[in-house]
Design a protein around this ligand. Structure first.
Ligand SMILES: [Zn+2]
Length: 180
């Protein structure tokens, strides 16, 4: 008989970046059920405007932050998952999408990209590849129809600018609508 594993939630776990295209789970306490009947069809990209991957991981894990995302991608291409994609993470806040739908968190997957959030700092090849890797998995798991930016969906308009200067063309090949 096979044993069952229940993943424990460590509040003070030591974070170690897993490396390029590798995934590690670091649970955030900030999530809830998705709305009844919600269809996950949207991916929202963000930059962290933070100092480091470890800093973002600690922020999402802290009780005080009241924010989370499903994934954060480090500059070395490390992927950290904070919330199950079947649950609602708290990344987009007050929001309205290209189809006139509000509360985008309810039907989206949020991907944070470790980046200082200032103009002229390129995203690394490793993290752009890691985002492509995540998108390639998500479009198979969910009926994704659009990949958009926090800047586009945030309300009021101008509240957010992320992910600044992201190379959106790297996502064209997935055949879903890109709304930067
Ligand atoms: Zn954002």
């Amino acid at each position: 008989m096979r044993s069952m594993w229940i993943l424990p939630i460590f509040q003070d776990q030591q974070f170690v970046a897993p490396g390029r295209n590798e995934v590690v789970w670091n649970q955030s306490p900030h999530f809830e059920d998705r709305p009844l009947g919600a269809v996950v069809d949207t991916i929202v990209l963000h930059h962290t405007a933070g100092q480091s991957l470890a800093g973002t991981v600690a922020w999402f894990a802290s009780q005080e932050s009241q924010v989370s995302a499903h994934f954060t991608v480090g500059r070395d291409g490390s992927i950290v998952q904070h919330v199950s994609t079947y649950l609602r993470a708290w990344h987009a806040g007050a929001s309205l999408d290209a189809f006139g739908r509000s509360s985008v968190n309810g039907f989206s997957v949020g991907i944070e990209i470790d980046h200082p959030g200032v103009s002229g700092v390129p995203y690394t090849t490793e993290q752009v590849e890691a985002v492509e890797h995540l998108v390639s998995v998500l479009v198979r798991r969910f009926p994704i129809k659009v990949i958009t930016s926090h800047m586009f969906v945030a309300v009021p308009i101008g509240r957010k600018i992320d992910p600044i200067e992201y190379p959106w063309h790297t996502l064209f090949r997935f055949g879903v609508e890109i709304v930067p």
